[in-house]
Design a protein. Structure first.
Length: 80
């Protein structure tokens, strides 16, 4: 995820917003960023699984380890 949001930052931003609609818009942007990030992560995981299968079929050990390492990092990283 390219952006970092914390609850404290959100409260600060809401405090500086003159209307509730702007605060809701900010919250909507945060949820949209989280949703897009999750979709990208799921897509990359599926893509890596396919690449790993192909590298096994082709007996390509170097590619297998490269893709498996990336998959492991994605699976172990906390979901943001």
């Amino acid at each position: 995820m390219d952006k970092y949001y914390s609850y404290t930052d959100f409260l600060k931003a809401v405090g500086h917003q003159p209307t509730e609609n702007q605060a809701e818009k900010l919250l909507g942007e945060i949820y949209l960023d989280l949703f897009i990030s999750r979709i990208q992560r799921i897509y990359r995981i599926e893509q890596l699984k396919t690449l790993i299968d192909n590298s096994l079929d082709q007996k390509n050990q170097r590619d297998f380890y490269t893709y498996a390492s990336e998959l492991k990092m994605l699976m172990e990283a906390p979901i943001s």
